[in-house]
Design a protein around this ligand. Sequence first.
Ligand SMILES: Nc1ncnc2c1ncn2[C@@H]1O[C@H](COP(=O)(O)OP(=O)(O)OP(=O)(O)O)[C@@H](O)[C@H]1O
Ligand SMILES: C=C(C)CCOP(=O)(O)O
Length: 235
Amino acid sequence: MRILKIGGALITDKSDGAFEVARLDVIESISRQLDGEVILVHGVGSFGHPHVKMYGLSREGVAKTHHACLKLNSIVCESLIRAGKHPLPVHPLEFFSSPDFDFLRSAVEEGFIPVMHGDIVYEAGRFRVMSGDEVVRILAEKLRPEAVGFASDTAVVVDGEVVELVHSGNVDSVLEATSPASGKADVTGGMRGKLEEALRIARICDVYIFSGYEKDAIRRFLSGEHVGTKVAKVF
Ligand SMILES: Nc1ncnc2c1ncn2[C@@H]1O[C@H](COP(=O)(O)OP(=O)(O)OP(=O)(O)O)[C@@H](O)[C@H]1O
Ligand SMILES: C=C(C)CCOP(=O)(O)O
């Protein structure tokens, strides 16, 4: 089984000022490429970050943000159904109040694609934002997948070049060159947060951070090819 996150920077317009703008053509292309045993997690882009920025975690913020996450989840699931796939939406707000990881594993084995996402969750008596990247890391720790992929709008880039491999010799300088997304509404750490989660997941399996815009990149990741930046299983 593989775990794939499709980032909000890929499936939505999350440039500053954009509000609930899905990239339907990209979502359709991803839906056609999905195959095999996979759990899909999507980011929420302009269906989540601007809401949290505007309303915080007030009652209004929690309600509007979670509702917008559900709207994007529905768009993704509808697209998967159009492509002949069998998505099962699983919302972190409910799932993590009483997690059942065996259910996810069984669903995958029976030919479903569980579709989770970045969300608001309720923990220890308070609401907080849980990014899709964090959802992926928690799932990886529990389900021990073969590989994890983060498809965003880019691989990890340093000095204008894609970093092919993150290893013990370059990890510090690569981390230093990553930052929260610039020119975008983002409340979950951008590429820096993603790389930090990837380094934790690399204790379990190989991780790839790549551009989902590249032709067939999703299909290639799912069939075991090296795509974009590899964070090798050693950390
Ligand atoms: N060194 C870097 N290499 C590549 N991208 C970088 C780097 N530093 C910062 N970034 C920014 O990080 C962004 C990707 O992170 P972002 O969190 O927006 O991705 P995402 O997971 O697709 O989105 P979401 O969090 O909405 O799901 C890039 O679009 C870029 O603006
Ligand atoms: C902003 C919210 C609610 C979740 C963010 O998840 P991400 O898009 O994966 O970073």
